[in-house]
Design a protein around this ligand. Structure first.
Ligand SMILES: NC(=O)c1ccc[n+]([C@@H]2O[C@H](COP(=O)([O-])OP(=O)(O)OC[C@H]3O[C@@H](n4cnc5c(N)ncnc54)[C@H](O)[C@@H]3O)[C@@H](O)[C@H]2O)c1
Length: 249
């Protein structure tokens, strides 16, 4: 695994994505604080990150890390309802549900609570990063870091920069993503369109898949299988929606 860094990472929202993101940054060597407003969400995230198929135990079993590395990663993560604890990190990754008003509120709260130098990143699936930046007094230190599920396994890292994002912010997040075993690609924020690159193209495909099913051309299961067989996708479009919503157990 990669080397440890003194950078501390905060994760806000311990749902399907946040828990896996905390697991990924901790495995990369970063001290990580994962917070949620719900205790039960923290319990599920902790269990998933440590024990599930894509958790640290699974990674040890598959030979992706040694038992000592798995134990060290586990020790690096704090699971807490204390928002301030996560906000006081050098890089905070927001992972609350995809509701713009909620995200804007969280960015305002983070801006108020985080040290001036901290970078605030959003794992939004597609809301403009400029909107989040506009909720803060530090637009140069706001960036998008869009992950894919399961976060620990997928190499996907869409780094979204606005016109205000500084080069230092961009480079720092690219570095953390690389250290976390991801393949970061920097793209431009486009406030006129939802979805950056991956989700814009994915949504166009989903729309067509739904139309094909509605027309009675094929069932969801048949469409899934055809896309897997034709394009070597790991799962078909409808299975993808299910996994993104409830996780890959
Ligand atoms: N699920 C996916 O495959 C996927 C992939 C990429 C990006 N995303 C994006 O990641 C974000 C999170 O998605 P998810 O699927 O993990 O959602 P989720 O509903 O599974 O988890 C969100 C968590 O945020 C918590 N939360 C709500 N308000 C909060 C607050 N004010 N402070 C702290 N925690 C709070 C909730 O209790 C919940 O546990 C969304 O923006 C989503 O669009 C999701």
């Amino acid at each position: 695994m990669t080397t440890a860094s003194s950078l501390r990472i905060g994760v806000v929202g311990a749902g399907v994505m946040g828990g896996g993101i905390a697991q990924s940054t901790a495995a990369a060597g970063y001290t990580t604080v994962c917070t949620d407003i719900a205790e039960d969400a923290l319990d599920v995230a902790r269990t998933d990150a440590l024990e599930s198929r894509f958790g640290l135990a699974g990674a040890v079993q598959r030979g992706k890390m040694t038992e000592a590395e798995g134990d060290a990663a586990r020790e690096r993560i704090t699971w807490t309802r204390d928002f301030e604890d996560a906000a006081h990190c050098d890089l905070v990754i927001e992972c609350v549900p995809e509701k713009l008003d909620l995200k804007l509120r969280v960015f305002q709260d983070l801006d108020a609570a985080s040290p001036e130098a901290s970078i605030l990143a959003s794992n939004t699936s597609g809301f403009p990063i400029a909107a989040m930046a506009g909720a803060t007094k530090r637009p140069d230190r706001v960036v998008g870091w869009h992950w894919a599920s399961p976060a620990f396994v997928m190499k996907f890292a869409e780094i979204v920069v606005t016109e205000a994002t500084s080069a230092e912010t961009r480079d720092a997040v690219v570095e953390v993503a690389s250290q976390s075993g991801k393949n970061p690609i920097v793209v431009k924020d486009n406030p006129m369109a939802w979805g950056f690159v991956a989700n814009r193209i994915y949504m166009a495909m989903m729309k067509e898949a739904a139309r094909v099913a509605e027309e009675g051309v094929a069932t969801h299961a048949e469409i899934n299988q055809l896309m897997v067989d034709c394009y070597r996708w790991p799962v078909g479009p409808f299975a993808m929606v299910k996994g993104a919503g409830s996780g890959w157990k």
